[in-house]
Design a protein around this ligand. Structure first.
Ligand SMILES: [Zn+2]
Ligand SMILES: [Zn+2]
Length: 398
């Protein structure tokens, strides 16, 4: 069975919304254009909503033809863009220099609006749907902030669903899995303060460059020697800053920063503790001071078994069973959708958007690439998924 007909018929209209959103990207709690766009459409369709949740966030509510089941489902789209100079060359490229919808959140927002239109026109369900339009997914912890500001108290949900376009999988294919789908993302910054001096008299210093170098190598042993080999974790040092730029000065400060990713909270805390210990004792050994800021930024996205069953049942009707990978490989990338799944059951899915046989297509460029563009052909897939998961989880009959 294909995508829902009326949603397929609306595709060009929804694609035009998507392209308008693409032209007007904003980041991290400044998504005023997308937020206003969403509210305008919801108002047109007579769908009630609450605004200014986590600044630009909007939550709309659609009741089914019946609501006596008492069931409630949350559907989520992210609205934010990235600090990237767009090079996609598409006609609807960013009009806001330095900002770009390079992760396809323009597409997610338009897709959820397409589903909202269908659901409000048909209401073929017994229960309540909450449409969650979220800011600041990219590093701003927008999902956490919406929860902190009372999302699930004001809009109780029994399950939450979300999706992400996936350039590495062709159009028509979808994927998900029970358990960890995307990793937790933590960030840390280390400062080593020692004694600098003349490069020709290193014995009068304790050279923070040497200490930082020891640490970079030592920290790499945490994943290989403190994490069970059958588990998954990444520790990457992504920045190292030492010295003054001069050839003949040993600087007195070294800075390191990086990221830790894993699917397991015990491992996450263990890695943090090992970084702290290694930092403290390495610096002590060389007689330097140290400080670390460690930020537990976003939780792993861990799908619940019942959430995946409901998502797959809906997807069977949209793309057919043969196009669903219900046990795909997890990805070490992060998504703040994990915050919703720490509170509620549900599932996050990947929707393929790659174009086979056209390597240069902007839809085949990876997420966060300046050459990337969301593929409007997958709007009917995503919107039909949202609609069907509601209709099948909260059926009118039975
Ligand atoms: Zn992204
Ligand atoms: Zn994204």
């Amino acid at each position: 069975m294909p995508v829902i007909n009326s949603i397929a018929n609306d595709k060009d209209e929804v694609a035009a919304w998507r392209q308008e959103l693409h032209q007007n990207p904003q980041t991290c709690y400044e998504e005023e254009f997308a937020s206003a766009f969403v509210k305008k459409k919801l108002t047109e369709w007579g769908i009630p909503f609450k605004e200014n949740i986590a600044k630009t966030g909007v939550v709309a509510t659609i009741e089914g033809q019946k609501t006596d089941s008492g069931k409630r489902i949350g559907l989520r789209a992210d609205m934010d863009a990235l600090d990237i100079i767009e090079k996609s060359g598409v006609a609807h490229a960013s009009k806001n220099p330095g900002k770009m919808h390079a992760c396809g959140h323009d597409g997610h927002t338009a897709t959820l609006l397409g589903a909202a239109k269908y659901l409000s026109e048909n209401r073929n369900f017994n229960g309540t749907v909450h449409l969650i339009f979220q800011p600041a997914e990219e590093g701003g912890r927008g999902a956490h902030k919406m929860i902190e500001e009372g999302l699930f108290k004001d809009f109780p949900c029994d399950a939450v669903y979300g999706l992400h376009n996936w350039p590495w999988m062709p159009v028509g294919k979808v994927a998900t899995r029970v358990g960890p789908l995307l990793a937790s993302v933590d960030e840390f910054e280390i400062t080593i303060t020692g004694v600098g001096g003349h490069a020709a008299m290193p014995h009068q210093t304790n050279d923070p460059a040497i200490i930082a170098s020891q640490l970079v190598m030592g920290l790499q042993s945490i994943v290989s020697r403190n994490v069970d080999p059958v588990e998954t974790a990444v520790l990457s040092i992504t920045n190292m800053n030492v010295g003054t730029g001069a050839f003949n000065i040993i600087g007195d400060v070294a800075k390191l920063s990086g990221t830790v990713r894993t699917f397991n909270n015990d491992i996450r805390h263990k890695i943090k503790k090992r970084i702290e210990d290694m930092l403290e004792y390495t610096c002590k050994a060389y007689g330097a001071e140290c400080h670390m800021d460690y930020d537990f930024n976003i939780d792993a996205t861990i799908n619940t078994p019942d959430g995946v069953v409901a998502a797959v049942e809906a997807l069977k009707e949209v793309v057919g069973e043969e196009n669903i990978d219900a046990d795909c490989a997890p990805c070490m990338g992060g998504e703040d959708f994990g915050a919703y799944l720490t509170e509620k059951p549900g599932a996050f899915i990947f929707v393929g958007q790659g174009v086979e046989g056209d390597e240069k297509s902007p839809h085949n460029h990876g997420l966060h690439s300046p050459y990337y563009d969301f593929n409007d052909d997958i709007i009917p897939v995503g919107a039909s998924f949202f609609a069907r998961v509601v209709e099948k989880s909260m059926p009118l009959e039975g």
